[in-house]
Design a protein around this ligand. Sequence first.
Ligand SMILES: [Zn+2]
Length: 545
Amino acid sequence: MSPVTYFTQLFTQTRRQAPADLERPGQQFLVRAGYIHPVAGGTPFLPPLGTRALNRMRKTFLEEIKALGGMEIHLPPSGERADLAHLPLLDFLSVHLRSHRQLPVLWFSLNQRPQETPQRGGGLLSARSQTVLEIISLHREESELERTSADLAGTLLGFLRGLSLPLVGGEDLPFAGLQTGQAWMIPLEIGEERLLICEECGYTAASSAARFARPEPVSDSPLPLKKVPTPECKTIADLAKFLGIPESQTAKAVFFTARREGKEELIFAVVRGDREVNEAAIRRATGAEALFPASEEAIRAAGAEPGYASPVGLKGVHVIVDTEIPGTPNLVAGANEAGYHLLNTVYGRDYTATQVAEIALAQPGYACPECREPLSETRGLTVARSIRFSSDFIRDRGLNYFDENGQSRPVWMEIHTLNLTRTFACLAELRHDNYGLILPPQASPFEVHLVVLPGKENGVASALPEVLKQLEQMNLDVLVDDRSESPGVKFNDADLIGVPVRLTLSERSLQQGGIEVRKRWESERQTIPLEDLSDWIRKSLSQRG
Ligand SMILES: [Zn+2]
């Protein structure tokens, strides 16, 4: 990158008004400043300014990956389905992976990937095609993978936190064949992922990972078990209405077929009738690699009746109940007979479970697990992911290598991804004021925006080379505005574009002893001697990481 760019080279015209159909303030600024040019229903065009911003983000992040020994590869463009995106890579590995001597591997790839879930918000948020960095690591041993995984996650999160973006992590398994998966989201109300937050203490978690405090156990004395006819009561709502009781006095039964260590097994989950089950929590608790809704045949084969199922009388089935169930006596549950339910089932007396775990899904209004205040819901956008393939999946794909003893073993494989397009789109939403964007140096197209106001004397013209020389020596990316526009227009454009450091060289600044400096995130301006410029810039850029 050439260190100095002149404003006219950016080509785009800044705009006073955003297109009428663009509602989000951050996306409006991206269009007005000339970072993006909207394309109806598609991916915005990126002129030099927008391209530079993404390139600088990529460069900063990749320097760290290269420092870890990463080598670049090119993956072919993928279709819409996320689970098929890695097929070409897996196929390549199955052909070329032979020996432990080829491992470990650390590759990175810059890809255009389709947006998995259409995003609201317009502009870059709704871009159909996104620039995504993928980091692929392959290892002999799980312990080796763990170490690199921690380094990569540290680099990834360090990079995102360095942009001062709020981040929320949660479990995320986007497709089958994975052993573990993590997603990191930026809270933003237009996002597609649900997050639960506590306004009181700040507890925040992705919906799939969120916990909540269950009510204190009820001390009601157990009542006798009684079978009653409940015709046409296949749902909890029907049942509660028919019996004239709240849904919270019923037990909800949900069956899954779980895949674990290559075998399929029926899992019977029970939560209070007014709760939903959290599949991610069941996977975590049982160690299942994948969960599918169980078929009616599988449910009947276990001795239960679909729509009228309960753990009462079942044998040889993995039963997992929510932690709330043992403390809630006298729940109505299915009788495992069509058209009948049992009143007053009591955990411990009428049935027990293989496991008791927190498997109910947290919802807004439930009590915060830390402070018991009600949780509220917000939304977020996933910007980074980490997925680890299960060893079954790896073995099925033939991704094996021969170890030192000539034994064939499955390789350990993980993929970390960072969505640059989304990160920048979120940055625009979260980092702006009424005048424009406020970008951190790593995500700004330039580090320094130099406004030159020539005036009548030739003082500015003779001081300019000295200023440029200093900036060049610091190897900074500099935007120079030497257009013949008014100072007001130039300052407005600088605010709009949002480069972290603004310098103004004018007759007035020279009369006051040097050059005027301003940090984009502060309103204060000051004039400093030219010889102090490098120090001031260095200090200012390091303050804003
Ligand atoms: Zn709280």
